[in-house]
Design a protein around this ligand. Structure first.
Ligand code: BES
Ligand code: ZN
Length: 627
C-alpha cells in the first residue's frame, strides 16, 4: 500500500496549480476525474457512522464494477477532503486484498483524484475512509440551530460535485448506480437517505436503506436529526422536526395531486414513495430533488401555499433529471429547463393559468435582468464542451428560464396534443439514462420535426440552441393581473394614491414580487417608510418579498430596515434569498463594512456553499473598493 504523505502533498499542490495537465485528466465530464469509458460503478454499498461530535462520517464504501476496456487495470475516483484509510479488492465473496492507491494533490475546484491500481479486473473495491469536518457537501448544525434546540442535525447537498466530499465515487452524472446503506447514529437521532425511507422504521440509531433504481452520484443524499413523519397521502408525506411538521403538511397538502397531474401528462411516477424533508433555514437552496425524498427549505412555508411551485419543481425532477439525467453539467438545461417547464404545467393544472403565467413572467423578468451580466457565449443552450467553469455557476437563468421558454415555444408551435405525448416519449425512451443536448436535438428532429414539417424552421431551432439572448420570435406571456399591478404601482409613484389606499387586498406573493421589481432602483427613503407602514415589508416572513425589499432599502439608504435585514441575513442560509442583499450592500464602503459584520456573525450558521458565495463577493468588493 502506498500513500502520499502530507509535506510532499503540499509541494505538489503548488506544482499542480501551475500545470494545465490537470484539466486534461478529466475526461468525459470536465468536472470529474473518472474514466467511465474504461470502468463503471454499478452498485455502491455504504456502511457509515455519523459522529456529530467529530462532525464526520466514517466507514466503508464497497463499489461494484463493470469493466468496459479489457486492458484497463486502474480505477480512478473523485474525492474531496476525504481521509482514505484502506483500499481493498475482491472477486465474488473471496477474501479482501489490500490494493495500492495514490491520492493526488487537492485541486481547488475538483478535489483529489484517487487512483487505485489493480493487478486484475476485480469485481469489487472496498474503501475505508472518513470525511473532513469541512466537507463541502455536508452541513453540521449544533442543536441551537434547529427548531427543537435539543438534537444536532446534519444533511448533505451533493449537486453538483459535492458527493465526492462524503463518498469516494465516480462523481459524474453520466454514471448511474444502485445503492444500499447501513447508517449508525446516536439512538435519539433519525437518519434518512435518498432511498426507501420507511415511515414506520423504529428510531433506534441503526438504519438500513436501499435504492434499487440506478441514480447518478449527485442524487446521493443523507440527513439526520430529530425528524418525524406525517403522511399527506398513502405514497407522500413530510419528514420534519416536530415543531415544523404540521405547518408543512398543511402547506404542501396538494403534493399527491401534483404527482397525479404529472403522471397524467408524462407517465407513471417510477420511484414508489415521494416524501419531502423540511430542513433548517440554513439549507443553501430552495429545494433539492433527492430521489424519493426532496430536500426543501422551510422558507417556502408561507402559510398561503403561494410558494408551492417549488414542490412542483422538485417533484418534476422525478421525470426530468432523476429519470432522464443530464450527462454532464453543460447539459444542465435538460434537467432544469425541462423541470421549470413541467413545474409551470403542474401549477397551471392545479392553480390555474393566471398563476402559472404570473410565475413565468416573474422568472423571465429575472432572466432578462441576468442577461446583462451573463457573458454572451454562456447565453446558449447548446454549450460547447469544456467551458471549464465551476458547475455551481451554472445555477443560472439560462438553463432554467431560457430552457423552459424554448419548450413552451415548441409546445405552442406543435400544440399540446402533439407536444405532451412527445415529451412523455422522451422520458419513457430515455428512462434511467444520462443524455446530452445532442441526443435531445436528434430526438426532437426525428420524433417531432419530421412528423410535422414546417411547424418550426431549422433557423429557429438553431437560434434557440446557439444564439445568445432570447429569440425575437419567442412566445410572449401576458398577465392581466400584472397589468393591474403596473397601474397600481404607477398611481403610487405619481402620488395619485397613498400606499394605504392602494387596492392590494387580493394580491398574492407573485403580485408583490412584481410590484417590488417594478419600482425604480432607488426610492426616496421617506417613500419607503410610507410603503412599509402600509405593508410591513421590513421583517416579512416571506423570503421572496424580503429578497427584493432589503436590496431596495439598501440602495435607497432606508437605514431603519437594517436591524430586521441583519436578522434575515443571519437566520436564512438560502443563497438565492440572501445574495441580492449582500450584493446591494457591498456597493458602498459603509454597506460593505456592515455586510462584513453581519457575515462574521452569520458564518457559523451558514452552509459551506453559502459561505463560499458570500466570501467570494466580499473579496471581490474589497479588491475593487467602492466609493
Ligand atoms: N437541482 C436544483 C438545485 C441545484 C442546482 C443545486 C444546481 C446545485 C446545483 C433544484 O431543483 C432547484 O432548481 N432549486 C431551486 C428552486 C426552483 C424552484 C427554481 C432553488 O433552490 O432555488
Ligand atoms: Zn431544479
Amino acid at each position: 500500500m502506498r500513500r502520499l504523505v502530507l509535506p510532499v502533498l503540499s509541494t505538489l499542490v503548488l506544482l499542480a496549480a501551475t500545470l494545465p495537465a490537470l484539466a486534461q485528466d478529466r475526461r468525459a465530464d470536465e468536472h470529474s476525474y473518472a474514466e467511465p469509458d474504461k470502468v463503471r460503478i454499478t452498485d455502491l454499498a455504504l456502511d457509515l457512522g455519523i459522529d456529530f461530535g467529530l462532525r464526520e462520517l466514517s466507514g466503508t464504501a464497497i463499489l461494484s464494477l463493470a469493466w468496459a476496456d479489457e486492458d484497463h487495470r486502474e480505477l480512478v475516483l473523485d474525492t474531496r477532503d476525504l481521509k482514505i484509510a484502506t483500499v481493498e479488492a475482491r472477486n465474488g465473496s473471496r477474501r479482501w486484498k489490500a490494493m495500492e492507491f495514490v491520492l493526488a494533490p487537492r485541486d481547488e475546484r475538483f478535489g483529489s483524484k484517487l487512483t487505485i491500481t489493480l493487478p486484475r479486473q476485480y469485481e469489487q473495491v472496498r474503501i475505508g475512509y472518513r470525511t473532513s469536518p469541512e466537507a463541502s457537501g455536508l452541513q453540521w448544525l449544533a442543536p441551537s440551530m434547529t427548531a427543537g434546540g435539543k438534537t444536532p442535525f446534519m444533511f448533505s447537498q451533493s449537486q453538483a460535485i459535492h458527493a465526492r466530499s462524503w463518498v469516494p465515487l465516480q462523481d459524474t452524472p453520466s454514471v448511474r448506480f444502485t445503492y444500499t446503506a447501513h447508517v449508525r447514529t446516536p439512538a435519539d437521532v433519525m437518519a434518512l437517505m435518498s432511498a426507501d425511507n420507511d415511515p414506520a422504521a423504529p428510531r433506534d440509531g441503526d438504519y438500513s436503506f436501499k435504492m434499487p433504481q440506478p441514480i447518478p452520484s449527485y442524487l446521493m443524499a443523507i440527513a439526520a436529526g430529530d425528524l418525524v413523519f406525517k403522511p399527506i397521502s398513502p405514497r407522500a408525506g413530510v419528514w420534519a422536526e416536530p415543531q415544523t411538521v404540521d405547518r408543512a403538511v398543511k402547506e404542501f397538502e396538494d403534493t399527491e395531486k401534483m404527482i397525479e397531474v404529472t403522471e397524467s401528462l408524462y407517465g407513471p411516477y417510477r420511484w414508489e414513495r415521494y416524501d419531502l424533508l423540511i430542513l433548517p433555514p440554513s439549507f443553501p437552496f430552495g429545494g433539492m430533488e433527492n430521489p424519493r425524498l426532496s430536500f426543501i427549505t422551510p422558507t417556502v412555508i408561507a402559510g398561503d401555499k403561494s410558494l408551492v411551485s417549488l414542490i412542483a419543481h422538485e417533484l418534476a425532477h422525478s421525470w426530468s433529471g432523476n429519470l432522464v439525467t443530464n450527462a454532464s453539467w453543460k447539459d444542465m438545461w435538460l434537467n432544469e429547463g425541462f423541470t421549470s417547464y413541467v413545474e409551470n404545467r403542474i401549477v397551471e393544472a392545479l392553480y390555474g393559468k393566471e398563476r402559472a403565467d404570473m410565475e413565468f413572467v416573474n422568472s423571465r423578468n429575472g432572466l432578462k435582468a441576468d442577461l446583462a451580466e451573463i457573458p454572451v457565449e454562456q447565453q446558449v443552450l447548446m454549450l460547447p464542451p469544456r467551458t471549464g467553469s465551476d458547475p455551481e455557476d451554472a445555477l443560472g437563468s439560462i438553463a432554467y428560464d431560457k430552457g423552459a421558454w424554448f419548450l413552451q415555444f415548441l409546445e405552442q408551435r406543435y400544440g399540446r396534443e402533439t407536444f405532451d405525448p412527445f415529451l412523455r416519449s422522451w422520458f419513457d425512451s430515455h428512462a434511467f439514462q444520462s443524455v446530452s443536448t445532442e441526443q435531445f436535438v436528434a430526438f426532437l428532429r426525428s420524433e417531432l420535426m419530421a412528423k410535422k414539417p414546417g411547424a418550426i424552421t431549422e433557423a429557429e431551432l438553431t437560434t434557440w440552441l446557439s444564439s445568445p439572448g432570447i429569440p425575437a420570435f419567442a412566445p410572449q406571456t401576458a398577465s392581466p393581473r400584472f397589468d393591474a399591478v403596473d397601474a397600481t404601482r404607477e398611481s403610487w409613484i405619481k402620488r395619485r394614491t397613498a400606499a394605504r389606499e392602494l387596492d392590494t387586498s387580493a394580491w398574492t406573493t407573485q403580485e408583490w414580487v412584481y410590484f417590488l421589481e417594478g419600482l425604480p432602483r432607488e426610492v426616496p427613503a421617506e417613500r419607503l417608510v410610507e410603503l412599509d407602514q402600509a405593508f410591513r415589508f421590513t421583517g416579512t416572513a416571506n423570503g421572496e418579498i424580503a429578497q427584493r425589499w432589503y436590496p431596495l432599502t439598501v440602495r435607497s439608504e432606508y437605514f431603519e430596515a437594517r436591524p430586521a435585514m441583519s436578522l434575515f441575513l443571519r437566520k436564512i442560509g438560502r443563497r438565492k434569498l440572501i445574495m441580492p442583499t449582500y450584493e446591494a450592500l457591498v456597493q458602498t464602503a459603509d454597506g460593505l463594512a456592515f455586510a462584513e459584520q453581519i457575515y462574521a456573525m452569520a458564518k457559523p450558521g451558514y452552509h459551506p456553499i453559502t459561505s463560499a458565495s458570500v466570501e467570494a463577493l466580499l473579496a471581490k468588493a474589497k479588491a475593487a473598493p467602492a466609493p
